[in-house]
Design a protein around this ligand. Structure first.
Ligand code: C2O
Ligand code: CU
Ligand code: CU
Length: 447
């Protein structure tokens, strides 16, 4: 059934194959493709309907990460699509223009499904952004970069490590892929290039920078444009987070987007030599810095002028909040107790009932020794502070996923503007997918 004026997308999930190294075929999962899927382009204000067919032998779900929508359309663990079945949610696109994404959210099975390829970008566009003179031609001066690391076994086949170490730290690979391609190269034909970066990795954090130390301009965070461009030399993104940057190519010289991976073990594996397992270089460490994307300018057309103002954002006013909720993230001993507020994810337990339209402060505290990217469904929030300190440039805009470092407390200001459902919950969770699958997730309803 399709209502008048709905834009329809047809997505078909199926098993695929991919050669991660030439000549060696690995089984994968893709959406309308053998691996990953198409970039969906939506417009703010329009109604969309997505027909999602599950052609796998296993159940699957598809979650629209970053969207505010009815709980029944969210695509979380309660919207299971059985093998051979179709799921057809419909919703109004309320989001500001930005880069969002869709990915598996299968209960206790998100990590392996996303790793196998069940993930892809969504572009939302709107009038506010179109009124600015920003690069916006898809594939020409505006490109998505889904950054993912993978492990291959000795024969070159894709491997999802299940050992305790990988599950506790999250699965991290030693090879880097962008949109499914290793050693990616982009031939740029314009003087100003817009990169929409999505950390689509299961667990690895990245510090992105440009070779040669050139600055990049951050123009947008998870939920759209910042107030003004912010020049930075390096940019950290945890799994689930996005950022849009502008790169100046007007000098015509080739350059690379590179990344290092910050240590996210925080001494868990030993540190001073007295630890449980000792400090060792494991097989999932990368040679750093590694190349994410080589950019080859083929023409130094005059650079467009970077707008000095992007989008006026409402003032961040924590005094709007009428209540504070606290969430404590913990891993337990050796990762055996992944929890939020002492409880591990249970499909039958709803932990928070949040009144619609009410401003709240959510205080996220990290009691463990690893950093966790905390994600909330059905919301774009603002970051008030981190241990009382002002957040970095990327966090001056709207976010749906935020890094919480060990011993840190991050305060968020948010409100759920519509879509009540007393029974069907949304999720909040760590976006390290192995932590999510192991239970660092909770459920809330908007009433
Ligand atoms: Cu991107 Cu609940 O997920
Ligand atoms: Cu989400
Ligand atoms: Cu985590």
């Amino acid at each position: 059934i399709v209502e008048q004026g709905e834009r329809v997308f047809r997505l078909s999930i199926s098993a695929g194959q991919k050669e991660f190294v030439p000549g060696v075929v690995s089984p994968t999962i893709g959406i309308n493709a053998p691996y990953l899927g198409p970039t969906l382009e939506m417009r703010r204000g329009e109604r969309v309907r997505l027909h999602v067919d599950n052609g796998l032998d296993d159940g699957a779900t598809v979650h629209w990460h970053g969207f505010e929508l009815p709980a029944a359309a969210d695509g979380g663990p309660h919207q299971l699509i059985r093998p051979g079945a179709r799921w057809s949610p419909s919703f109004e696109v309320r989001q500001r223009a930005s880069l969002y994404w869709y990915h598996s959210h299968l209960h206790r099975g998100t990590g392996p499904q996303v790793y196998a390829g069940l993930a892809a970008p969504i572009y939302v566009r709107d009038d506010e952004e179109d009124a600015l003179d920003l690069p916006s031609e898809y594939g020409v001066d505006d490109i998505p970069l889904i950054v993912q690391d993978r492990v291959l076994d000795n024969s070159g086949k894709l491997l999802y490590p299940q050992n305790m170490h990988a599950q506790m730290m999250g699965v991290r690979g030693d090879r880097l892929y962008v949109n499914g391609t290793q050693n990616a190269v982009f031939d740029a034909r314009t003087g100003l290039l817009r990169l929409r970066i999505l950390n689509g990795s299961n667990a690895r954090f990245y510090d992105f920078s440009l070779s040669g130390g050139q600055t990049m301009q951050i123009i947008a965070s998870d939920g759209g444009l910042l107030e003004r461009p912010r020049a930075v030399r390096s940019l950290r993104l945890a799994p689930g987070e996005r950022a849009q940057i502008l790169v100046d190519l007007s000098e015509g010289r080739p350059l690379s987007l590179v990344a290092t991976s910050p240590d996210n073990s925080m001494g868990m594996m030993g540190g001073d030599g007295g630890g449980m397992m000792g400090r060792r270089r494991d097989d999932t460490e990368m040679d750093e810095p590694f190349r994410v994307l080589d950019i080859r300018p083929s023409d130094s057309s005059p650079q467009r002028k970077l707008p000095s103002q992007l989008a006026p954002l409402p003032a961040l006013d924590p005094s709007l909040a009428v209540r504070t909720r606290r969430f404590v993230l913990d891993m337990g001993m050796m990762g055996g107790g992944m929890s939020i507020n002492g409880a591990s994810m249970d499909m039958n337990v709803i932990s928070e009932r949040v009144p619609v339209g009410q401003w709240e402060i959510w205080e996220i505290a990290n009691a463990s020794m690893m950093a966790h990217p905390f994600h909330i469904h059905n919301a774009q929030f603002r970051v008030i502070d981190r241990n009382g300190r002002t957040p970095p440039p990327l966090e001056t805009g709207y976010k749906d996923t935020v890094i919480v470092d060990p011993r840190e407390q991050v305060r968020l200001l948010l409100r759920f503007e519509e879509h009540t459902d007393p029974d069907l919950p949304y999720m909040y969770h760590c976006h390290i997918l192995e932590h999510e699958d192991a239970g660092m997730m909770g459920q809330f309803v908007v009433v």
